[in-house]
Every structure is written in C-alpha cells, then in structure tokens.
Write a protein that binds this ligand. Structure first.
Ligand SMILES: *Cc1c(COP(=O)(O)O)cnc(C)c1O
Length: 458
C-alpha cells in the first residue's frame, strides 16, 4: 500500500489535490493555511472501512454521503460490474435499449409500492427531481390544465442543488445565495417532530401538521402541480423525522385536491428507514418515486423516477401532438450502473438485509440512549438505520449554538483523528452506516462520537 520511495503519501497526494481540484460542499480555504482541515486521499475501501494513502483506516459511519449499502468494494456488486464491463459499458438510450436497464425497471417495479408502472432513468438524484417536477408539470399541461405551474414543498426539505431541485429545497445554507435564480415554491410547515410540544407523540404532532397542508391546498391547488416531500426523514435539513401517518394523510389530500405526490426517496430508499421504501410504512404509493444514492449500492451514479400508467398515458400520443417528454441526459440508463443496481437488489433478495438491520438499529439505539441525558443534547432520534443527536447550547430553551462556531467541525476532526468518518450537519451529529457494519463497530462509532460531542460543547 505505501510506496517506500514516497515516505509521505498522504501529504503529497493532498498537496497535489489542493493544487488542482475544487471539492463539493466545501470552503476550500478550510483546507489551506494554518489549522487546516486535512484533505484525505483514500486508496482503498473494504466493508465499512476506508483506507488512506498512509494506511490509516476510517469507519465510514455516513455511508460516504448516504450512498453505500453493502460495504465499499463489495465483491458481489464489483463482480457484476466487471462482468458487464466486458459486454457493454454504455449505449445511447434513445432508440436503443439493453438487458440491465430492462431487468432493472422490471425489478424496481416489482419491489416498489404497488401502482407504479414506468421507470425513467437519469444519472443523479437532483436530475431525478428535475425529471419529476417537469413530468408533473407537463402531465397537467398535456391534460389541459396549463394553470398548474407551481410546487408545494416542506420547510427544512432538501431535494438537490441543480436550479429546479434547489428551488424546492428549503435549507438556507444551500438555497439563500442562489435565491434570485430560483422559482418560488409554496412552503408548508414540516411535520418534523423535533418541534412537537412536550407530551405530544410523533403521530399527534405530524397529523396536526396536515392542517397546514390542507390550508395550502385549499388556497393553491388550482396552480399546483405536485407536493414534493422526503418521506419520514428530512435528511440534509438535519435528519428531522416524522410519523408515517403524515404521509398517509398527505396522499389523501393530494387525491382530494388533484395534485401529484412526489416522494423523494433518494436518501431514505433501499432500507434506510427500516423498510425497503419509506412510503411502505404509510401504505401509500406516490405519483412519482425518485431513487438514487443507494440504488447502485453506492458504486455508480444512477437515478430512477418511477411513475404511474396514468402519468405515462398523458404523454403517449401521435408525435405531432407535441406531448412527448423531451428530457435526456447523455448517460441515461448507463449499463454499468444498471448492472450495479440489479446486483444491489439481488442482495436484498438473497439475504435477510432488513431483518439484520433491525438488530443493528436496536444496537445503535441502545448505544446512543445515554446521550439523551447529556446537558447539551436536546434530542436523540432514530428511524431505522438513521439516527441523529441534536446538540444545543441550552437544553431547557433549545437555544442553538451559532452556526459560525462550527461545533460539528470539531466532532468531524475528532472523528478523523480516531478513525471514524462522522460529518455532522451543523449541530446535528448523525449516523447512517453501511449495512455491513458490525455491533462492535457501532459501539466504536458511538464511543468516538460521544467523546467528540464532549470536546465540541466545551
Ligand atoms: C442527495 C439528495 C438529493 C440529490 O441527489 P444528488 O445525487 O446529490 O444530486 C435529492 N434529494 C434528497 C432527499 C437527497 O438526500
């Protein structure tokens, strides 16, 4: 692994990187000058672990931005891609098709909530949201309802950072600067249960928030194409969670007011919330189901928008009617990515993944439980394999630590020193590990996070 002619591989690669690369979601200045945050060159992955150029190991407690499901360099997914690589890497997806894309569409429709009948591919999460927004708008246009041009989104929601997806995102860190470029959604109060009154259950609180949605729909349904939500967990907005009953109620409201429901399961899909898809817990089928991230097990960029026969039918007409959905990305339906996704679904089929995850989720809950008593922890919450610890300056008033104090960054740095990759969202320390993590590794992650929290709130 280490090259004897090169005694400082981490330092050298990091210096070369910082001379030419511009990283996402990063103030590059953090990596320059005194007290800099290290840039870590990773040379290998193995299960839940990442290994840097110096040979140091990091437990990936956040699944590399929520993409990885069954471990880095997972042998099954790797073998499937290698096999595909020698057959067909990619082909134009207009007028041409291939087995992996066909089989993946069949398989996705088989495991998705009932009533979805068509799969449209794109190549990342944000693009899937763009597709769903455009398709919903265009459906209403094709149906003679051209007045429907707007979208309803929830406060604290995140749907990606391309301009259309960012428009329906309500995380100021990402949105505020670009606001002049964006279209304005109708924002409705999130069912986020962190905001519930003491004594209220998640269910009571979430259900009460349906009143706000009803009011917005009563006022705006005539101009609204769709409501877009992250089912059960608003991830980038701080791992804020709510009860499935909200989704059940939302589905009924969307039907009553004739607007689409777009379920953005880009982060929560593929078992993160305990069920294969979060919508299952509410017993609902959205009009559009957006999938990406875990779709390929974390190997390759790919996204899919699943929709209904009704939506498909609104576009199916003579060419000259001008009703076609004209949206394309060069890498739509990439064959390698589709093969990776097929193998990922095969692992879900062959192994008791969700059952095993229940045991892991219980372990995570047990280990995190003591943190609830910490004087700077307002809440420890969990939905399936996603857990979060909300840090506050004052537990009684829930007064927050100012963002510029960057307490989360101290936890991140402590984690790196201790060989655990944690990447808090502001004052929220969260855990979304790959499903191959062991009990002992969970214990280690929580131990390091707890020590990091202790340092950060000092
Ligand atoms: C990550 C994410 C997206 C955007 O996906 P990208 O592939 O990063 O563009 C959209 N919605 C949700 C809920 C996400 O977590």
């Amino acid at each position: 692994m280490s090259d004897p002619s090169d005694p400082f591989p981490n330092q050298r690669w990091s210096a070369r990187d910082l001379a030419v690369v511009w990283h996402p979601c990063t103030q590059m200045h953090d990596h320059g000058g005194a007290g800099r945050v290290p840039m870590i060159p990773i040379v290998r992955g193995e299960g839940a672990w990442l290994i840097d150029a110096d040979g140091k190991r990091y437990l990936d407690a956040i699944s590399s931005w929520w993409t990885n499901l069954f471990g880095h360099a997972n042998p099954r997914v790797a073998a499937a891609i290698k096999d595909q690589l020698d057959r067909l890497e990619h082909v134009i997806f207009a007028g041409f098709t291939h087995k992996p894309a066909i089989r993946l569409a069949e398989e996705l429709l088989r495991v998705a909530p009932p009533g979805l009948a068509r799969v449209f591919y794109a190549d990342n999460g944000s693009s899937a949201i763009e597709v769903a927004l455009k398709m919903s708008f265009h459906y209403w246009l094709n149906s003679g309802r051209s007045g429907k041009t707007r979208f309803i989104a929830l406060t604290g929601g995140y749907h990606g950072e391309t301009l259309g997806a960012l428009s329906v995102t309500d995380v100021p860190l990402y949105r505020a600067t670009y606001a002049p470029l964006l279209h304005e959604p109708i924002l409705v109060d999130s069912p986020d249960c962190y905001a519930r009154e003491p004594g209220d259950s998640w269910r009571t609180h979430s259900m009460r928030k349906l009143v706000d949605m009803r009011i917005a729909l009563e006022r705006h349904a005539g101009e609204v194409c769709a409501v877009v939500v992250e089912p059960l967990v608003q991830c980038a907005g701080g791992m804020r969670m709510y009860h499935p009953a909200y989704l059940t109620g939302l589905r009924a409201l969307c039907d009553e007011f004739e607007v689409h429901l777009i379920a953005d399961e880009i982060a929560v899909g593929f078992g993160r919330t305990g069920t294969l898809f979060a919508c299952e817990q509410a017993g609902i089928t959205p009009d559009f189901l957006c999938l990406s991230k875990g779709l390929t097990g974390g190997f390759l960029p790919l996204s899919a928008v699943l929709t209904t026969a009704d939506v498909y039918a609104a576009f199916y007409a003579e060419y000259t009617s001008g009703k076609s959905f004209l949206h394309s990305h060069s890498y739509t339906g990439n064959a390698l990515a589709c093969r990776a996704a097929l193998e990922t679904l095969a692992i879900f089929r062959d192994e008791p993944v969700l059952e095993r995850n229940r045991t892991l989720a219980t372990r995570l809950a047990q280990q995190l439980a003591p943190l609830a008593a910490h004087p700077h922890v307002a809440e420890v919450r969990q939905t399936g394999m996603i857990a979060a610890v909300e840090l506050v300056r004052d537990k009684a008033t829930r007064q927050v630590f100012p963002a510029n104090e960057r307490r989360g960054l101290r936890i991140y740095r402590h984690g790196l020193e201790q060989g655990v990759l944690l990447r808090p969202l502001g004052n929220v320390v969260y855990f979304m590990p790959p499903y191959v993590i062991t009990d002992e590794e969970i214990d280690r992650v929580v131990e390091v996070a707890t020590a990091g929290i202790g340092l950060a709130v000092d």
